[in-house]
Structure formats: structure tokens, C-alpha cells
Design a protein around this ligand. Structure first.
Ligand code: NAP
Length: 305
């Protein structure tokens, strides 16, 4: 039986593997795609990971993988179809019909940004279309930004971008916002921010990079084009938690309820990275989670085996 099964090979999962093998634990890493499955792989540029001033997201993931090269752990490329806990062990059934047994699980399957699914979104992703203001806002210093969404992330993103960009538009599909009223009032007080409600994006336009966004008013059906250098899509994330949603406590948005120690409602099952409830989803916080979860898993193993 393995000591630790790490599910997910993004920054959180790879960090967990590193700490697990250093602790001498029998470790297995499971993912459907070891190259490029994680959100970090899609970042055009990462310049907020301490010690690496600037790097492409995929190259950063390559560095993480290189760090694990030759280390004593098993790697299985397959999807997890079921996880059960029987007696004191976890039984993980994979799509390839393999059954893995482990004393603990570090679940680091991540989350993906919800997409608008409109023309130009995919084509201009990384060329003005972004899903993270904190990650990419700096690239649009003194330029225009459009933020789409009406939740806390969208409002926080618009407030953040208002300090960097010359002009910011917040576009939301309804009049009522999900975002908390304090942040919303702050946003409305900012002179370089325009809030547009009852508006849905129709297309993101541009040749080599974002040049404009076309919006449709949901009441009048009238279309408007806003010239902008960037579009920040902030319409929520989708955590990859469906396979464990009946196993551990998850919050109303689908994230696994776990504190900084990664401890969940199910003893021996730890959550790391974007799939966990947390205020800031970044590579650096994911890497930290992976390390902390191994510490929690070691503590659990020492008390239960
Ligand atoms: P969210 O609360 O789910 O809000 C997503 C927003 O995007 C909603 O306003 C939704 O509109 C809109 N939306 C969804 N699909 C859309 C589409 N296809 N086209 C246009 N608009 C669309 O997501 P979130 O803002 O990322 O927040 C997630 C959780 O993290 C929340 O619980 C939030 O409170 C929390 N959070 C907290 C903080 C903080 O405390 N400072 C910061 C960030 C996030 P509708 O409203 O019409 O559904």
C-alpha cells in the first residue's frame, strides 16, 4: 500500500510529491495529463514566482517536473473514476481499471476558469484575454481594461486594475451583483471605472491582440463596441471536485472545505491548490499547499498506522 496518493500534477501536486519523497514516503502521482493539464501551463508569462523574474507558465511547469526527475515515486496517467475509504485505507479506481490503495490522499486536481464561449475568446487568450487580473494586470499599465462578471472576483479585479490601467469597464449581465456591497461601493466611487449592467459580451475582437469587445444590452438588444486592450473574464471558476463531492465536505461553489493545513472533513484526505477553499489562487500558494499537506499527512500516518 502507498503512503500517499497525490491526485493532480499541477504545482500543488508536484510540490506534494517532492515533500513526500524527501520524507521517505511511498508515493504515487496520478493525473490524466502530465504535460500541460494544469492552469499554470497556460500562463503566457509568470513574473510573480519568487526567484524567477519572468518565465512562460509551461516552462515553469517543466522546471517543476525536472526537479522531480529521478526521484523515487510512481506515476500513473489515467483518470480517477472513484475514491472510497474502507477500514483505514483509500481505494482509488482508475479509468484504466487499475486499483490503487493508499493510506492518505492529497487531492490537488485544480480548477479551471469558466469561459464565456464567445468568438475571439480562445484566439486572443494570452493576447489581451486573461482570466487573472493579479497575474496579468501589470501588462496593461496605462491601457484600457474590460472586466466581465458580477461577483467578488470581478469587482476586486476591477478595483485592482483601476490602479494600473487608464480606464476600466466592469460589464455584468444583470443589475444585481453577487459581489459584497462594500467592494461594490468602493468600485463605484472610482473615477476611472465605468460599470455597465444588463450587458453580455458577444465577441472579443482584434487581429494580433485584443482591440475591442462587442456587448449586447439584454433589455434593448442594442450592440455596443468598447475599444480596449484587455478583457479580464472573471465569471467564476469550476473546481474539479465532482469525483469526490460525496466523499468530503465541499462549499456551495464546489471547492473542498479545508484550511491552510489541507485537512478536510474526511480523515486522511487532504486538499491542496486551486481545488481548496482559499482567497488567492496562484502558483506560489499551490506550491505551499502541497508542502503543508505532506506535513499534515505525515502527522495523520504517524497517529493511525
Ligand atoms: P461567482 O461569485 O460565482 O460570480 C461569477 C459572476 O460571473 C456572477 O456575477 C455571474 O453572473 C457571472 N457569470 C457567470 N457566468 C457568466 C457568463 N457566461 N456570462 C457573463 N457573466 C457570467 O464567482 P467569483 O466572483 O469568482 O467568486 C467565487 C467565490 O469566491 C465567491 O464565493 C466569492 O464571494 C469568493 N471570493 C471572495 C473574495 C473576497 O472575499 N474578497 C474575492 C474573490 C472571490 P450572475 O450573478 O448573473 O450569476
Amino acid at each position: 500500500m502507498n503512503d500517499i496518493a497525490v491526485i493532480g500534477s499541477g504545482p500543488a501536486g508536484l510540490s506534494a510529491v517532492l515533500y513526500a519523497v524527501r520524507a521517505g514516503l511511498d508515493t504515487v502521482l496520478i493525473d490524466t495529463d502530465f504535460l500541460g493539464g494544469s492552469q499554470a501551463s497556460y500562463s503566457e508569462k509568470v513574473d510573480n514566482y519568487l526567484g524567477i523574474p519572468e518565465i512562460n507558465g509551461f516552462e515553469l511547469m517543466e522546471k517543476f517536473r525536472e526537479h522531480l526527475s529521478g526521484k523515487p515515486y510512481k506515476q500513473i496517467e489515467s483518470a480517477v473514476v472513484e475514491i472510497k475509504k474502507a477500514d483505514n485505507e483509500f481505494i482509488i479506481t482508475l479509468e484504466n481499471a487499475e486499483v490503487i490503495k493508499s493510506k492518505t490522499i492529497i487531492y490537488a486536481a485544480g480548477a479551471f476558469h469558466r469561459k464565456l464561449h464567445i468568438a475571439g475568446e480562445n484566439e486572443l487568450s494570452g493576447r489581451g484575454v486573461s482570466y487573472c487580473a493579479v497575474c496579468d494586470g501589470d501588462y496593461f499599465e496605462g491601457k484600457k481594461a474590460v472586466v466581465v462578471g458580477g461577483g467578488d472576483t470581478a469587482v476586486d479585479s476591477a478595483v485592482y486594475l483601476s490602479q494600473i490601467c487608464s480606464e476600466v469597464y466592469l460589464v455584468h449581465r444583470r443589475k444585481e451583483f453577487r459581489a459584497n456591497i462594500v467592494s461594490l461601493n468602493k468600485l463605484r466611487s472610482l473615477l476611472n471605472v465605468t460599470v455597465m449592467t444588463d450587458a453580455v459580451p458577444v465577441s472579443i475582437n482584434g487581429e494580433k491582440s485584443v482591440e475591442s469587445i462587442t456587448l449586447k444590452n439584454t433589455v434593448t438588444e442594442e450592440e455596443t463596441v468598447i475599444h480596449t486592450d484587455s478583457v479580464f473574464v472573471s465569471i467564476g471558476m469550476v473546481p474539479k471536485s465532482s469525483v469526490i463531492s460525496t466523499l468530503v465536505e465541499i462549499d456551495q461553489s464546489g471547492y473542498i472545505a479545508a484550511g491552510e493545513d489541507g485537512v478536510t472533513s474526511l480523515p486522511g484526505f487532504f486538499a491542496a491548490g486551486d481545488v481548496r477553499t482559499k482567497p488567492l489562487r496562484q502558483v506560489v500558494t499551490a506550491v505551499s499547499d502541497g508542502a503543508v499537506c505532506v506535513s499534515s499527512a505525515l502527522d495523520y500516518i504517524s497517529k493511525n498506522f
